[in-house]
Ligand binder design. Sequence first.
Ligand code: ADP
Ligand code: MG
Length: 417
Amino acid sequence: DESIDFELKKNLKEIFGFDNFRGEQEKIIKSIVSGKNTFVIMPTGAGKSLCYQLPATVLEGTAIVISPLIALMKNQVDQLKAFGINAQFLNSTLNKSEMNRVKNDVIAGNCKLLYIAPESLTKEDNLVFLKKATLSFVAVDEAHCISEWGHDFRPEYRKIKEIIENINPDLPIIALTATATPKVQIDIQKSLNMDDSHIFKTSFNRTNLYYEVRPKQNAKKQLIKFLTQHKGKSGIVYCLSRKKVEEIAELLVVNGFKALPYHAGLDSDVRMKNQDAFLKEDCDIVVATIAFGMGIDKPDVRFVVHYDAPKSLEGYYQETGRGGRDGLDGSCLMFYALDDITKLEKFNKDKNVTERDNAKALLMEMVAYSSLGVCRRRQLLSYFGEQMEKNCGFCDNCNKPTKTFKGEEEVVLVLDT
Ligand code: ADP
Ligand code: MG
């Protein structure tokens, strides 16, 4: 339909401020606008949000966006409101009267995008409300949360299809994920019953990210040294535990860095405040557990450090993917010690056998990645089923020995906090 095409282009420019679609965006948007189930598999930073935000602005009714995190909903809704789009979220941060206001807005047909977590979607009164609303389509963002093979598995996600059928079986679904493993992909498709969907999958190569692994020896010194080389730049330091996050954040502060902690044990207002400080550049470094970062759109993150080894390559790829969204270089550094792997294995001991085997397999892939002298990008992409013809020339294994760092002696470290 030509008038819709026209309106899409117009809104792309006038609302979102972009001159052109990027990559597959236009095809994806036309697919969902034409009412087809659509499955989008593109790396972090590719521009997946626009694939449901823009169509929502041209279609009648409200698009439901199923989103896993309150912080993520807030981030996107703030952005959309700044663009002049009526977008809202329904979650536990709203009181009764705010919730009613949002619902009335949707029923009145004013709201173009309604963000909601699967846990709220499944609530009876929300179901009743959504049945009364005019809906355009359903977007399932971060769709890997559906899959028990994905790294953020959330059981409530399994019920999405059933609920949508209940609301309106004809609603088209667009599922989006930055997770490329075929296993997770199949799982998502099955769970959403989208075998008939249009699939859009692009390469997962993030060419502007430099991957590096260093043996963890004197980790605190190594970290300070790296951060000193990136002073004043924005970055994320991931740690395994909340305790470690607090400890490292404090270490960075006493060593003169503008750093803040972020983990699920902090009050939600503190978390939100710290996230905002990072986005607004009041703070350079967020020291965080993996609770931080999903869907956070800060374009100029220049480094992502894994102070502790992550649980899977999947997670590693996602977390490092938060660097260099603006297309400029991002440095991804992981400190690796066998001790950390042992710690991670201990976390798994309470799981049932299947889960434990699964977790162990994921972990072993991590170990291989960290220990082998092969091009890191080649390994990462092959994990996602992509073969590279040549080594990348932009990772530590390709650059050896020129990029190898020597002694850590010259760093002066304040340890007493
Ligand atoms: P993803 O969800 O795939 O990780 P986002 O939707 O957060 O990525 O988008 C990443 C960045 O790309 C954002 O800063 C966004 O504004 C930008 N972007 C998206 N589409 C376009 C476009 N067509 N032209 C220019 N920039 C775009
Ligand atoms: Mg996204």
